[in-house]
Design a protein around this ligand. Structure first.
Ligand SMILES: NC(=O)c1ccc[n+]([C@@H]2O[C@H](COP(=O)([O-])OP(=O)(O)OC[C@H]3O[C@@H](n4cnc5c(N)ncnc54)[C@H](O)[C@@H]3O)[C@@H](O)[C@H]2O)c1
Ligand SMILES: [Zn+2]
Length: 344
Protein backbone atom coordinates (compact mmCIF):
# COMPACT_ATOMS: atom_id res chain seq x y z
CA UNK A 1 0.00 0.00 0.00
CA UNK A 2 1.21 3.50 -0.84
CA UNK A 3 -0.29 6.54 0.77
CA UNK A 4 -0.31 10.08 -0.65
CA UNK A 5 -1.92 13.31 0.45
CA UNK A 6 -3.54 15.46 -2.20
CA UNK A 7 -3.81 19.10 -1.20
CA UNK A 8 -6.72 21.06 -2.62
CA UNK A 9 -7.81 24.51 -1.48
CA UNK A 10 -10.89 23.05 0.25
CA UNK A 11 -9.42 19.91 1.63
CA UNK A 12 -6.63 17.42 2.00
CA UNK A 13 -7.55 14.09 0.45
CA UNK A 14 -5.95 10.85 1.65
CA UNK A 15 -5.15 8.64 -1.31
CA UNK A 16 -4.41 4.98 -0.72
CA UNK A 17 -2.99 3.17 -3.73
CA UNK A 18 -2.86 -0.61 -3.90
CA UNK A 19 -4.85 -0.89 -0.69
CA UNK A 20 -7.44 -3.35 0.57
CA UNK A 21 -11.14 -2.60 0.78
CA UNK A 22 -11.48 -3.30 4.51
CA UNK A 23 -9.43 -0.18 5.31
CA UNK A 24 -12.58 1.90 4.67
CA UNK A 25 -13.60 1.36 8.28
CA UNK A 26 -10.50 3.03 9.62
CA UNK A 27 -10.66 5.79 7.01
CA UNK A 28 -14.15 6.84 7.97
CA UNK A 29 -12.88 7.79 11.40
CA UNK A 30 -15.43 5.92 13.49
CA UNK A 31 -18.40 7.55 11.78
CA UNK A 32 -21.46 5.55 10.74
CA UNK A 33 -20.51 4.02 7.41
CA UNK A 34 -23.07 3.87 4.59
CA UNK A 35 -22.09 2.37 1.26
CA UNK A 36 -23.58 3.47 -2.04
CA UNK A 37 -22.97 1.07 -4.88
CA UNK A 38 -24.71 -0.12 -8.02
CA UNK A 39 -26.55 -3.36 -8.63
CA UNK A 40 -23.74 -4.92 -10.71
CA UNK A 41 -21.07 -4.26 -8.10
CA UNK A 42 -23.33 -5.47 -5.33
CA UNK A 43 -24.11 -8.74 -7.14
CA UNK A 44 -20.45 -9.40 -7.90
CA UNK A 45 -18.96 -8.33 -4.55
CA UNK A 46 -21.81 -8.89 -2.09
CA UNK A 47 -19.52 -10.31 0.60
CA UNK A 48 -17.68 -6.99 0.89
CA UNK A 49 -20.87 -5.20 1.93
CA UNK A 50 -21.95 -7.76 4.53
CA UNK A 51 -22.75 -6.18 7.87
CA UNK A 52 -22.91 -2.62 6.50
CA UNK A 53 -25.78 -0.34 5.55
CA UNK A 54 -25.71 -0.40 1.76
CA UNK A 55 -27.77 1.61 -0.68
CA UNK A 56 -27.92 0.01 -4.10
CA UNK A 57 -28.67 2.10 -7.16
CA UNK A 58 -29.52 0.79 -10.63
CA UNK A 59 -26.39 0.57 -12.81
CA UNK A 60 -25.66 2.75 -15.83
CA UNK A 61 -25.43 6.34 -17.00
CA UNK A 62 -29.20 6.51 -17.59
CA UNK A 63 -29.62 6.39 -13.80
CA UNK A 64 -27.21 9.22 -12.97
CA UNK A 65 -30.18 11.50 -12.50
CA UNK A 66 -32.43 13.25 -10.01
CA UNK A 67 -34.73 10.22 -9.63
CA UNK A 68 -31.81 8.16 -8.30
CA UNK A 69 -30.72 11.04 -6.06
CA UNK A 70 -34.25 11.07 -4.59
CA UNK A 71 -34.15 7.30 -4.09
CA UNK A 72 -30.83 7.54 -2.24
CA UNK A 73 -31.96 10.47 -0.07
CA UNK A 74 -35.16 8.63 0.87
CA UNK A 75 -33.14 5.57 1.85
CA UNK A 76 -30.71 7.71 3.86
CA UNK A 77 -33.63 9.17 5.77
CA UNK A 78 -35.19 5.70 6.24
CA UNK A 79 -32.01 4.27 7.77
CA UNK A 80 -31.58 7.28 10.03
CA UNK A 81 -28.50 8.80 8.44
CA UNK A 82 -27.37 12.03 10.03
CA UNK A 83 -24.44 14.44 10.05
CA UNK A 84 -22.28 11.80 11.71
CA UNK A 85 -22.81 9.38 8.85
CA UNK A 86 -20.08 8.77 6.33
CA UNK A 87 -20.96 7.87 2.74
CA UNK A 88 -18.62 5.68 0.72
CA UNK A 89 -19.29 5.40 -3.01
CA UNK A 90 -18.09 2.05 -4.33
CA UNK A 91 -18.30 1.75 -8.10
CA UNK A 92 -17.67 3.33 -11.45
CA UNK A 93 -17.99 7.00 -12.30
CA UNK A 94 -21.77 6.91 -12.14
CA UNK A 95 -21.67 5.80 -8.51
CA UNK A 96 -18.86 8.16 -7.46
CA UNK A 97 -20.40 11.18 -9.23
CA UNK A 98 -23.81 10.50 -7.71
CA UNK A 99 -22.61 9.47 -4.24
CA UNK A 100 -20.41 12.57 -4.01
CA UNK A 101 -23.31 14.75 -5.08
CA UNK A 102 -25.76 13.24 -2.58
CA UNK A 103 -23.17 13.48 0.22
CA UNK A 104 -22.66 17.14 -0.68
CA UNK A 105 -26.34 18.09 -0.45
CA UNK A 106 -27.72 15.72 2.21
CA UNK A 107 -28.08 17.76 5.42
CA UNK A 108 -26.08 20.47 3.62
CA UNK A 109 -23.17 18.11 3.21
CA UNK A 110 -21.79 15.11 5.08
CA UNK A 111 -18.41 13.36 4.81
CA UNK A 112 -17.72 10.93 2.05
CA UNK A 113 -15.03 8.78 0.45
CA UNK A 114 -14.64 6.84 -2.78
CA UNK A 115 -13.59 3.36 -3.73
CA UNK A 116 -13.47 3.63 -7.54
CA UNK A 117 -13.85 0.22 -9.19
CA UNK A 118 -13.66 0.91 -12.94
CA UNK A 119 -10.51 2.10 -14.70
CA UNK A 120 -12.38 5.23 -15.73
CA UNK A 121 -13.42 6.07 -12.19
CA UNK A 122 -9.95 5.26 -10.84
CA UNK A 123 -8.02 7.54 -13.19
CA UNK A 124 -10.62 10.19 -13.82
CA UNK A 125 -14.12 10.42 -12.31
CA UNK A 126 -13.13 9.95 -8.66
CA UNK A 127 -10.28 12.49 -8.82
CA UNK A 128 -10.78 16.23 -8.78
CA UNK A 129 -13.88 16.88 -6.71
CA UNK A 130 -16.48 17.20 -9.47
CA UNK A 131 -19.71 15.46 -8.52
CA UNK A 132 -23.03 15.62 -10.26
CA UNK A 133 -25.84 14.20 -12.30
CA UNK A 134 -27.26 14.42 -15.82
CA UNK A 135 -30.47 16.28 -16.61
CA UNK A 136 -32.66 15.38 -19.58
CA UNK A 137 -29.71 13.76 -21.31
CA UNK A 138 -27.37 16.71 -20.76
CA UNK A 139 -24.29 15.35 -19.06
CA UNK A 140 -23.26 16.66 -15.64
CA UNK A 141 -25.64 19.62 -15.92
CA UNK A 142 -26.13 19.84 -12.15
CA UNK A 143 -23.38 19.35 -9.61
CA UNK A 144 -20.91 20.62 -7.05
CA UNK A 145 -17.17 20.71 -6.54
CA UNK A 146 -16.41 19.00 -3.25
CA UNK A 147 -13.60 16.60 -2.46
CA UNK A 148 -13.90 13.26 -0.69
CA UNK A 149 -12.01 12.57 2.55
CA UNK A 150 -10.28 9.65 0.90
CA UNK A 151 -9.74 7.67 -2.28
CA UNK A 152 -9.04 3.99 -1.85
CA UNK A 153 -7.66 1.91 -4.71
CA UNK A 154 -8.21 -1.83 -4.43
CA UNK A 155 -7.29 -3.43 -7.76
CA UNK A 156 -9.04 -6.69 -6.83
CA UNK A 157 -12.22 -5.08 -8.12
CA UNK A 158 -10.76 -4.98 -11.63
CA UNK A 159 -10.94 -8.78 -11.81
CA UNK A 160 -14.66 -8.48 -12.52
CA UNK A 161 -14.54 -5.41 -14.76
CA UNK A 162 -15.92 -6.29 -18.23
CA UNK A 163 -13.53 -6.02 -21.19
CA UNK A 164 -15.42 -3.12 -22.80
CA UNK A 165 -15.16 -1.15 -19.54
CA UNK A 166 -11.39 -1.67 -19.53
CA UNK A 167 -11.26 -0.21 -23.02
CA UNK A 168 -13.51 2.68 -22.11
CA UNK A 169 -11.22 3.58 -19.19
CA UNK A 170 -8.13 3.41 -21.36
CA UNK A 171 -9.59 6.20 -23.51
CA UNK A 172 -9.00 8.59 -20.57
CA UNK A 173 -5.51 7.16 -20.01
CA UNK A 174 -4.68 7.77 -23.67
CA UNK A 175 -6.16 11.27 -23.28
CA UNK A 176 -3.76 11.98 -20.40
CA UNK A 177 -0.85 10.74 -22.53
CA UNK A 178 -1.94 12.92 -25.47
CA UNK A 179 -2.28 16.16 -23.51
CA UNK A 180 0.49 15.79 -20.93
CA UNK A 181 2.89 12.92 -21.30
CA UNK A 182 4.65 11.85 -24.48
CA UNK A 183 6.61 9.25 -22.50
CA UNK A 184 3.36 7.62 -21.37
CA UNK A 185 2.13 7.67 -24.98
CA UNK A 186 5.24 5.78 -26.11
CA UNK A 187 4.93 3.36 -23.18
CA UNK A 188 1.33 2.58 -24.16
CA UNK A 189 2.39 2.09 -27.79
CA UNK A 190 4.76 -0.64 -26.62
CA UNK A 191 2.19 -2.48 -24.50
CA UNK A 192 -1.26 -3.93 -25.03
CA UNK A 193 -4.40 -4.07 -22.92
CA UNK A 194 -3.93 -7.70 -21.85
CA UNK A 195 -0.50 -6.83 -20.39
CA UNK A 196 -2.26 -4.53 -17.93
CA UNK A 197 -5.07 -7.00 -17.29
CA UNK A 198 -2.62 -9.77 -16.44
CA UNK A 199 0.04 -8.00 -14.42
CA UNK A 200 -0.86 -6.41 -11.13
CA UNK A 201 2.17 -4.14 -10.92
CA UNK A 202 1.69 -2.80 -14.44
CA UNK A 203 -1.90 -1.70 -13.86
CA UNK A 204 -1.13 -0.44 -10.34
CA UNK A 205 1.69 1.76 -11.65
CA UNK A 206 -0.35 2.96 -14.62
CA UNK A 207 -3.35 3.91 -12.49
CA UNK A 208 -1.16 5.77 -10.02
CA UNK A 209 0.68 7.63 -12.78
CA UNK A 210 -2.64 8.73 -14.30
CA UNK A 211 -4.14 9.77 -10.99
CA UNK A 212 -1.06 11.92 -10.41
CA UNK A 213 -1.40 13.51 -13.86
CA UNK A 214 -5.03 14.40 -13.15
CA UNK A 215 -4.22 15.61 -9.62
CA UNK A 216 -1.48 17.90 -10.90
CA UNK A 217 -3.70 19.45 -13.57
CA UNK A 218 -6.64 19.90 -11.20
CA UNK A 219 -4.65 21.25 -8.26
CA UNK A 220 -3.08 23.92 -10.48
CA UNK A 221 -6.48 25.10 -11.69
CA UNK A 222 -9.29 23.95 -9.42
CA UNK A 223 -11.88 26.29 -10.92
CA UNK A 224 -11.18 25.37 -14.51
CA UNK A 225 -10.00 28.73 -15.81
CA UNK A 226 -7.09 27.37 -17.80
CA UNK A 227 -5.04 24.20 -17.41
CA UNK A 228 -7.94 22.03 -16.21
CA UNK A 229 -9.78 22.65 -19.46
CA UNK A 230 -7.15 20.50 -21.18
CA UNK A 231 -8.83 17.48 -19.62
CA UNK A 232 -11.73 18.18 -21.97
CA UNK A 233 -9.63 17.08 -24.93
CA UNK A 234 -11.93 14.97 -27.11
CA UNK A 235 -14.92 15.75 -24.90
CA UNK A 236 -16.63 18.62 -26.74
CA UNK A 237 -17.46 16.49 -29.76
CA UNK A 238 -17.22 13.26 -27.72
CA UNK A 239 -20.03 14.27 -25.38
CA UNK A 240 -22.25 15.15 -28.34
CA UNK A 241 -21.58 11.73 -29.89
CA UNK A 242 -22.15 10.01 -26.54
CA UNK A 243 -25.52 11.73 -26.24
CA UNK A 244 -26.58 11.13 -29.82
CA UNK A 245 -25.37 7.56 -30.31
CA UNK A 246 -25.68 6.42 -26.67
CA UNK A 247 -22.12 5.13 -26.76
CA UNK A 248 -20.05 4.34 -23.68
CA UNK A 249 -18.20 7.38 -22.39
CA UNK A 250 -14.70 6.21 -23.33
CA UNK A 251 -15.80 5.03 -26.76
CA UNK A 252 -17.37 8.40 -27.53
CA UNK A 253 -14.32 10.23 -26.19
CA UNK A 254 -12.10 8.07 -28.39
CA UNK A 255 -13.95 9.26 -31.50
CA UNK A 256 -13.95 12.79 -30.04
CA UNK A 257 -10.15 12.72 -29.68
CA UNK A 258 -9.74 11.64 -33.30
CA UNK A 259 -12.07 14.48 -34.35
CA UNK A 260 -10.23 17.01 -32.16
CA UNK A 261 -6.86 15.90 -33.54
CA UNK A 262 -8.13 16.24 -37.10
CA UNK A 263 -9.37 19.75 -36.29
CA UNK A 264 -6.04 20.57 -34.56
CA UNK A 265 -4.18 19.73 -37.78
CA UNK A 266 -6.58 21.96 -39.73
CA UNK A 267 -6.10 24.86 -37.32
CA UNK A 268 -2.31 24.85 -37.25
CA UNK A 269 -1.96 23.67 -40.85
CA UNK A 270 0.82 21.26 -39.91
CA UNK A 271 0.27 17.83 -41.38
CA UNK A 272 2.55 15.77 -39.19
CA UNK A 273 1.50 12.27 -38.21
CA UNK A 274 -0.38 13.24 -35.00
CA UNK A 275 -3.68 11.92 -36.28
CA UNK A 276 -2.15 8.60 -37.38
CA UNK A 277 -0.41 8.06 -34.04
CA UNK A 278 -3.51 8.91 -32.00
CA UNK A 279 -5.74 6.67 -34.11
CA UNK A 280 -3.31 3.76 -34.03
CA UNK A 281 -2.98 3.89 -30.27
CA UNK A 282 -6.74 4.07 -29.74
CA UNK A 283 -7.27 1.14 -32.10
CA UNK A 284 -4.57 -0.85 -30.32
CA UNK A 285 -6.60 -0.59 -27.12
CA UNK A 286 -9.80 -1.66 -28.87
CA UNK A 287 -11.35 1.80 -29.11
CA UNK A 288 -13.40 3.10 -32.05
CA UNK A 289 -11.95 5.84 -34.26
CA UNK A 290 -14.67 6.26 -36.89
CA UNK A 291 -18.31 7.25 -36.70
CA UNK A 292 -21.02 8.38 -39.05
CA UNK A 293 -22.85 10.38 -36.39
CA UNK A 294 -25.38 13.03 -37.43
CA UNK A 295 -23.35 16.27 -37.52
CA UNK A 296 -26.32 18.61 -37.16
CA UNK A 297 -27.74 16.76 -34.17
CA UNK A 298 -24.29 16.74 -32.59
CA UNK A 299 -23.96 20.46 -33.28
CA UNK A 300 -27.20 21.23 -31.47
CA UNK A 301 -26.03 19.23 -28.47
CA UNK A 302 -22.70 21.08 -28.52
CA UNK A 303 -24.52 24.41 -28.51
CA UNK A 304 -26.21 23.44 -25.27
CA UNK A 305 -22.83 22.56 -23.72
CA UNK A 306 -22.10 24.60 -20.61
CA UNK A 307 -18.52 25.27 -21.71
CA UNK A 308 -19.71 27.72 -24.37
CA UNK A 309 -19.28 31.44 -23.73
CA UNK A 310 -20.66 34.16 -26.02
CA UNK A 311 -20.10 33.33 -29.66
CA UNK A 312 -17.12 31.18 -28.81
CA UNK A 313 -16.36 27.75 -27.49
CA UNK A 314 -13.12 26.75 -25.77
CA UNK A 315 -11.81 23.92 -27.88
CA UNK A 316 -8.84 21.79 -26.84
CA UNK A 317 -6.32 21.36 -29.61
CA UNK A 318 -3.52 18.82 -29.66
CA UNK A 319 -0.38 20.78 -30.54
CA UNK A 320 1.80 17.70 -30.54
CA UNK A 321 1.78 14.31 -28.82
CA UNK A 322 2.09 15.16 -25.11
CA UNK A 323 1.03 18.79 -25.44
CA UNK A 324 -2.37 20.44 -25.77
CA UNK A 325 -3.73 23.96 -25.48
CA UNK A 326 -7.03 25.81 -25.24
CA UNK A 327 -8.21 27.64 -28.34
CA UNK A 328 -11.21 29.94 -28.49
CA UNK A 329 -13.09 28.97 -31.61
CA UNK A 330 -15.86 31.07 -33.11
CA UNK A 331 -19.00 28.94 -33.28
CA UNK A 332 -19.46 29.18 -37.07
CA UNK A 333 -15.84 28.10 -37.55
CA UNK A 334 -16.33 25.08 -35.30
CA UNK A 335 -19.54 24.23 -37.15
CA UNK A 336 -17.60 24.19 -40.42
CA UNK A 337 -14.88 21.98 -38.92
CA UNK A 338 -17.52 19.61 -37.59
CA UNK A 339 -19.27 19.24 -40.94
CA UNK A 340 -15.95 18.78 -42.75
CA UNK A 341 -14.66 16.04 -40.45
CA UNK A 342 -13.67 12.93 -42.34
CA UNK A 343 -13.47 10.53 -39.36
CA UNK A 344 -12.77 7.64 -41.67
N1 LIG B 1 -16.45 13.72 -11.95
C1 LIG B 1 -15.59 13.72 -12.93
O1 LIG B 1 -14.63 14.48 -12.95
C2 LIG B 1 -15.77 12.72 -14.04
C3 LIG B 1 -14.72 12.51 -14.95
C4 LIG B 1 -14.91 11.55 -15.93
C5 LIG B 1 -16.08 10.82 -16.00
N2 LIG B 1 -17.06 11.07 -15.11
C6 LIG B 1 -18.32 10.32 -15.17
O2 LIG B 1 -18.05 8.93 -14.98
C7 LIG B 1 -19.08 8.18 -15.59
C8 LIG B 1 -18.48 7.04 -16.35
O3 LIG B 1 -17.78 6.22 -15.46
P1 LIG B 1 -17.74 4.63 -15.66
O4 LIG B 1 -17.33 4.32 -17.03
O5 LIG B 1 -16.98 4.06 -14.53
O6 LIG B 1 -19.29 4.29 -15.60
P2 LIG B 1 -20.19 3.35 -14.67
O7 LIG B 1 -20.17 3.77 -13.28
O8 LIG B 1 -21.50 3.27 -15.37
O9 LIG B 1 -19.47 1.95 -14.74
C9 LIG B 1 -19.46 1.25 -15.95
C10 LIG B 1 -20.06 -0.14 -15.80
O10 LIG B 1 -19.09 -0.98 -15.18
C11 LIG B 1 -19.65 -1.60 -14.03
N3 LIG B 1 -18.54 -1.78 -13.10
C12 LIG B 1 -17.80 -0.81 -12.48
N4 LIG B 1 -16.81 -1.37 -11.79
C13 LIG B 1 -16.93 -2.70 -11.93
C14 LIG B 1 -16.19 -3.82 -11.48
N5 LIG B 1 -15.09 -3.67 -10.73
N6 LIG B 1 -16.60 -5.06 -11.82
C15 LIG B 1 -17.70 -5.23 -12.61
N7 LIG B 1 -18.42 -4.22 -13.10
C16 LIG B 1 -18.03 -2.97 -12.77
C17 LIG B 1 -20.76 -0.71 -13.59
O11 LIG B 1 -21.73 -1.41 -12.87
C18 LIG B 1 -21.31 -0.21 -14.92
O12 LIG B 1 -22.17 -1.14 -15.47
C19 LIG B 1 -19.87 9.15 -16.45
O13 LIG B 1 -21.08 9.44 -15.80
C20 LIG B 1 -18.99 10.38 -16.49
O14 LIG B 1 -19.72 11.58 -16.65
C21 LIG B 1 -16.92 11.99 -14.14
ZN1 LIG C 1 -14.14 11.68 -19.83
Amino acid sequence: MEKELFQFSQKQVQVLFDATFNLVNELSGGKKLIFITDQNLFNLHEEKFKGYQTIIIPAGEANKNQATVNQVINELIAIGADRKSFIVGVGGGVVTDLAGFVASIFMRGISFGFVPTSILAMVDAAVGGKNGIDVGGFKNMVGVIRHPEFLLYDYQFLKTLPEEEWRSGFAEIIKHACIKDRGLFTFLQNKKLSDFQNEHKLIADLVKQNVLIKYKVVSEDENENGERQLLNFGHTIGHAIEHECTLMHGYAISIGMVAATEISEKIDGINDNRIVLVKELLKKYGLPTTSNFDREKAWNIMLADKKKSGGYLNFIVLDEIGKASVKQLALPKLHTYLTELSLS
